[in-house]
Design a protein around this ligand. Structure first.
Ligand SMILES: C[S@@+](CC[C@H](N)C(=O)[O-])C[C@H]1O[C@@H](n2cnc3c(N)ncnc32)[C@H](O)[C@@H]1O
Length: 290
């Protein structure tokens, strides 16, 4: 079953937000489009290590692909890729990135909940994450979409912000970890208003977003109930964006004047807090054969 029709207005609000931020992201240092074209904007180390060895020669579907950078990075590792996103400017930007890089990819505009009908084919791998599930109201309906897009024995790989990370107050400047948002999925969205995105770029007129959290148990159970067998769930201490002001950069990256929002950078909590809370998780699951 698709999500409750009352979410149509929430999807509209979110699509308008995403339509507006696509050009900002294309021009940002954080996404680093010129670096991607030079082959210098790889996948995150965790997903590269965990899924990278499995993609060559496979048909991979990237749900909520934004402007296709991660999608095309999987193609660089040998996958035949399709990206799906509900933002037309994102899909058009993904097609431009494919043309400019010479990396083939198919890009389809659709709400993720209508993916099976919009795509009309099955895939060996469904990949998604890094800020995808928080835009979706119904995690159980999402898991059924994933299952319907997979061939028998196909894989779901998810690399996503941990639901505990989404509960933390992101505005504080006193270095405290404070739980201020919901952990569990609720039918009504959490409504936020802001004038910036999660990477560098100009401010815009404040705009709203409608978001939902989903507990780790809710996600895992939704995947199992949709007919997939879970191979692993790993929780991580590093996150691919500066999620909280006190986070420090890890590993290689391009230093910028303000020290923030650099590409190829992972972020982690200071040492004293590093074992207090997971920041990301990765999940691999297999769709059982008939
Ligand atoms: C943070 S991006 C995730 C992609 C990738 N990790 C990245 O950073 O480029 C989230 C994407 O989800 C898309 N999105 C949000 N809600 C959606 C929905 N209901 N159906 C399809 N796409 C959706 C947005 O348009 C956006 O491009």
């Amino acid at each position: 079953m698709p999500p409750d029709p009352k979410h149509a207005a929430h999807f509209d609000t979110n699509r308008q937000w995403w339509d507006g931020v696509v050009p900002i992201h294309e021009a940002s240092r954080g996404y680093n489009r010129p670096g991607f074209l030079r082959g210098e904007k790889p996948l995150c180390p965790v997903e590269h290590a965990e899924l990278g060895p499995l993609v060559a020669g496979k048909k991979l579907l990237h749900l909520q692909c934004h402007f296709g950078m991660d999608t095309l990075n999987w193609a660089r590792l040998g996958a035949t890729v399709t990206g799906l996103d509900f933002s037309l400017p994102a899909i058009e930007a993904a097609r431009r990135l494919s043309a400019d890089s010479g990396i083939p990819g198919r890009f389809v505009q659709s709400n993720v909940y209508d993916a099976a009908a919009a795509l009309g084919e099955k895939f060996d791998i469904v990949y998604t994450g890094i800020g995808a599930l928080n835009w979706l109201p119904d995690i159980r309906a999402w898991a059924r979409v994933v299952a319907s897009c997979l061939s028998d024995n196909g894989l779901l790989y998810l690399y996503e912000g941990h639901p505990m990370l989404w509960t933390l107050d992101q505005e504080r400047d006193d270095d405290l970890l404070v739980v201020s948002e919901r952990y569990f999925e609720e039918p009504e969205p959490m409504v936020f208003e802001g004038d910036t995105t999660y990477v560098d770029g100009p401010k815009f007129e404040p705009r709203r977003t409608c978001e939902w959290n989903h507990g780790l148990g809710e996600i895992v159970t939704a995947v199992v109930d949709a007919g997939l067998r879970i191979a692993f769930v790993h929780e991580h201490r590093e996150v691919p964006w500066q999620a909280l002001p006190m986070m420090e950069a890890v590993g290689p990256g391009t230093a910028g004047a303000d020290g923030r929002y650099q590409s190829n950078r992972m972020w982690r909590l200071p040492e004293a807090q590093r074992n207090l809370v997971p920041l990301m998780y990765s999940l691999l699951a297999v769709k059982s054969g008939a």
